[in-house]
Design a binder for this molecule. Structure first.
Ligand code: C2O
Ligand code: CU
Ligand code: CU
Length: 481
């Protein structure tokens, strides 16, 4: 089943039809959903909140009897959720015990370029790196992952990814569920494939080089078809599409709507009921779900299928739906549970471009005959700065996709709001602050971009979040003057 419809050039690997690995439903072994551990760090005498991360090798048993080699932060697979508070000073201490270069990038955080953890902040094998910054983001669900040029895709598939949960005063005053792991649950969705011997398989075929790496099973928090015991009340899910390349459509069984309250960089202005939602690679969404009317013991599957493109495109033609996990409503209501969701949300102000704003255009192209995808005709060159932006200004960036497949575009270190998608104002669930957005095949998306407040000669990245496209050079860099 093709993820993206390929025809002619602009996507087909060597002319034959490219195929994305279909998802299969694993037989559920009824394993409990692993809860991503929440870490608060420790505040030192100077008031700085310190976190320690060790990137390390380990093993994980995905299927009984096989210990697969995996990578993790402070553990065998994936990493913790670090709780950050807007306005606080933070120091991230990273130790690289991988035996190879890595970086740790704070995806979505507005941090100085030197602290960003992009390809310029390489942490050599055995070395340590500290990133210091003040948390400037509005409340949101961000994440961290490696970003060493050329090895990002493999290191992420092997298990390196963690969460950044940003809180602020508005969120503290809201009634959104916030008891971690009880009524505030993070779900990291990632597909993988395995060798016959049960090891993670990251060999790239010609089709993978064009479409990105896709696996045949979808894991939730690193587990196959797990079960989560839910309280019978309103629950908040923080959803991360942590797949290298697969855009997902998610929906719940029993026709339970997903009440979306946030996209990746912050709250929406009002909650939006959605029968299903699509997330491109790197995108996040926060949703509320009401389990209070479910009889005790009722099970609700979370279904996933492959999106044809990104937001709002629906399922790829004929894409099979798999059960990613099950939610078993079996716990009593918490004493602090809400009886109804908020009608409005304290969204951060959108980025607004003035009439004299600088315009920049980005043409997404390439991918012909198995070749690399490009931005404005160029592949990434770590020695080349593509352009510079004035600090603390708002620009209009126009992304035109001249290929036949969708590309989830991501910009580091800036605040963005979507202005138009295919010349139309975006729906409410695409409004608010963004850091990643899908540009569908042959489509144009315009965003207002507020540049970093502080000038820096260290470049920031903009790239496709299909990690194999990024690793192959669908990335550029800019400095802030
Ligand atoms: Cu999530 Cu430049 O990355
Ligand atoms: Cu990023
Ligand atoms: Cu791409």
């Amino acid at each position: 089943i093709p993820l993206f419809q390929m025809s002619g050039c602009g996507g087909g690997a060597s002319g034959h039809e490219s195929v994305v690995t279909p998802l299969i439903s694993p037989a559920s072994q009824g394993a409990d959903l692993p809860i991503i551990p929440m870490v608060d760090g420790s505040v030192d005498a100077a008031g700085t909140r310190n976190f320690s991360l060790v990137a390390q090798a380990g093993t994980t048993t995905f299927r009984s009897g096989v210990a697969a080699a995996t990578l993790g932060y402070n553990g065998q697979l994936l990493g913790p959720a670090l709780r950050l508070r807007k306005g606080e000073n933070v120091a991230m201490h990273v130790q690289n015990n991988l035996g190879e270069d890595t970086t740790v990038h704070w995806h979505g955080l507005l941090v100085p370029a030197e602290a960003d953890g992009g390809p310029h902040q390489v942490i050599a094998a055995g070395a340590r790196w500290t990133a210091s910054f003040t948390v400037a983001n509005a409340a949101s669900t961000c994440w961290f992952h490696p970003h060493a040029h050329g090895s990002t895709g493999r290191q992420v598939v092997m298990g390196l990814a963690g969460l950044l949960i940003v809180d602020d005063a508005q969120m503290a005053r809201s009634t959104l569920p916030d008891t971690w792991g009880v009524d505030d649950l993070a779900l990291v969705l990632q597909d993988k494939r395995f060798t016959a011997a049960g090891q993670i398989d990251y060999t790239l075929s010609a089709s993978d080089r064009t479409n990105g790496y896709t696996g045949d099973v979808l894991l939730v928090n690193g587990a196959l078809a797990p079960v989560w015991r839910a309280p019978s009340q309103w629950v908040r899910f923080r959803l991360l599409n942590g797949c290298n390349a697969r855009a997902l459509v998610l929906r719940l069984g029993n026709s339970l709507p997903l009440l979306q309250v946030a996209n990746e960089a912050g709250l929406l202005a009002v909650p939006v009921a959605r029968p299903s939602l699509a997330l491109g690679p790197g995108e996040r969404a926060e949703v509320l779900v009401d389990f209070s009317a479910m009889p005790a013991g009722q099970e609700v599957p979370l279904y996933a299928s492959t999106a044809q493109g990104g937001m709002g495109m629906g399922n790829a033609a004929g894409a099979t739906e798999v059960e990613a996990m099950r939610i078993r409503v079996s716990l009593p209501k918490q004493s602090n549970s809400i009886s109804s969701p908020p009608n409005t949300l304290p969204a951060a102000a959108a980025v607004v471009a003035g009439p004299g704003a600088i315009n920049r255009t980005f043409r997404l192209d390439g991918g012909m005959m198995g070749g690399a995808f490009t931005i404005n005709g160029r592949s990434f060159d770590i020695g080349r700065i593509d352009f510079s932006v004035p600090a603390n200004s708002v620009e209009v960036w126009t992304f035109t996709n001249a290929t036949n497949m969708a590309h989830p575009m991501h910009v580091h270190g800036v605040k963005m709001s979507m202005l138009t998608r295919a010349a139309l104002a975006p729906p409410i669930y695409e409004q608010g602050l963004r850091d990643t957005f899908v540009v569908e095949a042959m489509q144009t998306v315009r965003v207002a971009v507020q540049t970093a407040e502080v000038a820096s000669a260290t470049p920031l990245m903009f790239h496709c979040h299909i990690l194999e496209h990024e690793d192959a050079g669908m990335m550029g860099q800019f400095t802030t003057l």
